[in-house]
Design a protein around this ligand. Structure first.
Ligand code: MTE
Ligand code: MO
Length: 361
């Protein structure tokens, strides 16, 4: 199934196409390494992947938050700056959204992701802070607004302009990257070629792809992506919604197809991954009896905030028929994935334990 506007191949055993987006099937990650291979990495496009030649690309940094006028950077200039490499996930704020409906019976709007709108890559690039300092960021700057070069987004007949979302200056100067490499390769077209933002631990919309300009402002900046979208609205939240979303929440997924069949009386190794943008994952517990009993899974990676840990646990099922598997992560602050997630109308930040159905035969 071709997805409109995605450049890379989307084999159905690896991706589920959802509108202009492609979700990674977690089962296809079994046996792969810590990093999501580029040909398995989910794609979330508001419109379509643009083809941008690095040789023609310029980054313009401008705005009232600079001490001087606009400053331009070319691709080679950026690559000549000191570089850093970091292993981080990009995850859509709506990852897991479909479970508000299928597990909790609640209505939500937006792409009906299961858990595959997340991937971990090794990103190489420059610190956004270095670029902002070279551009002459002033002491009164409050917001930093990267904007994408992809097409303007039209939603319900309204032109929302180019994808853009302000970062508070504290985050922009802390750990945000302007990345030009992914897993050791030049950034592929679908993931932001030639340069994208990577905002560690934060909702995916903060990691603007195909960045073309960055406005630095000494007044707060707004875009639909921090006013109408990517905030929490609903009964549990104030009438104007929550503050704009920042960090991703705690989640776990099995590397197994939903509804997979497993042989009775044979040892199966259940594998999966857990992650959070808040604090590092400390432990993962797995239940094979719908939560009556839990066992601690073995972790295969050193837990790090903003990345994931792979885990495994053996299971010898004896009872034939349907079963429900659960995986529940705990972070280093003691936060545990809850049995239900607090509803919000746009279905963001689903953090509850997901019921994973299998059949023992
Ligand atoms: N940046 C631009 N310019 N256009 C987009 O549509 N989508 C955002 C973000 N950056 C988007 C963007 C969203 S919602 C997510 S979840 C991530 O990119 C997805 O990154 P990926 O496609 O590399 O997985
Ligand atoms: Mo997203």
């Amino acid at each position: 199934t071709p997805a409109p506007g995605i450049v890379k191949p989307l084999p159905p055993e690896v991706f589920t196409v959802r509108g202009t987006n492609a979700e990674t099937n977690f089962a296809s990650l079994r046996g792969t390494g810590l990093l999501t291979p580029i040909d398995h990495f989910f794609v979330r496009n508001h419109t379509a992947t643009p083809r941008i030649d690095a040789a023609d690309w310029r980054l313009t940094v401008w705005g009232s938050g600079l001490t001087g006028g606009p400053v331009e950077f070319g691709y080679d200039e950026l690559r000549a700056l000191p570089s850093v490499s970091r292993t981080l996930f990009v995850e859509c704020a709506g990852n897991g959204r479909s479970y508000y409906t299928t597990q909790q019976g609640q209505q939500v709007t937006g792409t009906a992701w299961t858990l595959g709108a997340v991937g971990v890559a090794r990103w190489r690039g420059v610190r956004l802070a270095d670029v902002l300092r070279r551009a002459g960021i002033g002491r009164h700057a409050v917001d930093v607004l990267p904007r994408g070069l992809d097409d303007e987004v039209v939603s319900n007949g309204v032109n929302l302009g180019h994808v853009r979302r302000p970062l508070p200056v504290a985050k922009a100067l802390d750990d945000v990257l302007l990345a030009y490499e992914m897993n050791g390769e030049p950034l592929p077209p679908d993931h932001g070629h030639p340069v994208r933002v990577i905002a560690p631990g934060w909702v995916g919309i903060s990691s603007v792809k195909w960045v073309g300009d960055i406005e630095v402002s000494d007044e707060p900046l707004y875009s639909p992506w921090n006013t109408d979208m990517y905030r929490l609205f609903g009964a549990a939240y104030p009438p104007g919604g929550s503050a704009p979303l920042t960090r991703q929440t705690l989640k776990s997924a099995f590397e197994l197809a939903s509804g997979a069949t497993l042989p009775a009386h044979r040892r199966t190794v259940l594998t999966g991954r857990s992650w959070s943008g808040g604090a590092a994952v400390q432990r993962v517990d797995v239940s094979t009896d719908t939560g009556r009993t839990w066992r601690r899974a073995r972790l295969h990676d050193v837990p790090r905030r903003g990345s994931w840990v792979r885990w495994s646990t053996p299971w010898v099922p004896h009872e034939r028929g349907p079963a429900v598997l659960l995986a529940r992560a705990t972070d280093v602050t003691g936060r545990v994935q809850p049995p239900t997630a607090v509803h919000n109308t746009q279905g963001y930040l689903f953090d509850a334990v997901v019921r994973h159905p299998v059949t023992v035969v």
